[in-house]
Design a protein around this ligand. Sequence first.
Ligand code: IPT
Length: 463
Amino acid sequence: MKHFLTLLCLLFARFYANAQNTDVLPSPAHVAWADAEVGAIFHLDLVNFEPDYDWRNWGTHPSAKIFNPSKLNTDQWVQAAKSAGATYAVLVAKHCSGFSLWPTAAHDYSVKSSPWKNGKGDIVRDFIASCKKYGLKPGIYASASANGYLYVDNPGKVQKGSPVTQQQYNAIVKQQLTELWSNYGNLFEIWFDGGVLPVEAGGPDLAPLLKKLQPNAVIFQGPSDAKNLIRWVGNEEGKAPYPNWSRSDFTTSATGTIKIDSINGNPEGKIWCPGEADFPLRTGWQGGWFWKADGQKMLSTDALLQAYYTSVGRNSNMLLGIVIDTSGLVPQEDYTRLSAFGSILKGIKRTNIGGLSNKNGKSFELDLGQSHEINQVEIMEDIRFGERIRRYEVQAWIDHAWKTVAEGTSVGHKRLQVFETVKTPKVRLMIHTAQGEPRIKQFTVSKLATPVLQPLLTISTSR
Ligand code: IPT
């Protein structure tokens, strides 16, 4: 009996440990978001029409009359994003100026006071319709943390001289977000740039509103009591840190400031809150997020590919910033670069040499039939069961021995690693440390063509 009880205790302890370590799971919205992998984010604001405008010079905001992107065509924007491989798209509906791209009822500083479409237009409506037309999942950014028109600075605090009090500003934020979250259908992603001023610090109470109006959207840096949170990776270069765990103890910018908590995440973290790596196609003025006629540079396709590997390849989504010029279009040169990148991405997906999918366990061998050249591995966990892998190694059979070609820690939705080309008839994946039984969604070995491989070998893939 004593032995029986001890055994029972041991079994229970083991079960409990396993359950504890694997019970922080993604929501269905998180899983769909991880599957989406590549998104685009579009910026257009009054600063495009008045480049000298500094939103922090309170009271100097430009007149809405200067906003007239006369050729605006959201179909063209969404097509540009799609050509780059994006499966979702986020519109910055209100950036730091406070000027709103939809005819908000909260105040007059919006498209309705502009000459564009004689004040009758709605860019949010057009954008969502284009996303539907081209099959991209729509998202909206309308940050609560900055607003030049209402003298609000990060992290959502009303400054001296403002025409509104903090309470009035909070009410405006709620009203605007209610409009955006009620009138345009289900959103895939909602963006809070710079986080949200917590309620305890005098900010608006947004979690109940999210729960009521958009329960299935993932929320970038939202209030800490919201569901479906995702976090910032800490830079605007498309570089997720490594390791990059999907779990974390907080979302980034929990206090609404630039402070970064828990940048690598934590495999034992309390919440599922994966990283999204946002970065613009352009660099220079306004960080490259907004269009300017001159003085900016564009990332090369090599740089874009590297960013893909350091974001999607490190268990993060890639969110690529696309500018809109004052005519209301993605400039042709940007469009061309985006499509060139999209073609490269598609090509990469066609180079698979061998693989397996949907298998449970800690060790897997791939027989390639005959010797093949390979230089990339892709590992995906079935994250519906949590992130279980803690340390792994990939070996190839070379000269009658197993040689390590890749190793690492976090995997999550996707891990991509490239290495110098080796010729091998078989490959094995070994999971040395895990919590619970690893669930492998996919393990693939492939060969990247030399011109694609070269720039990737220069990034540190942390073997
Ligand atoms: C930075 C914000 O502080 C951060 O919270 C996040 O929203 C990020 O932008 C998104 O790119 S501010 C930027 C000037 C680094």
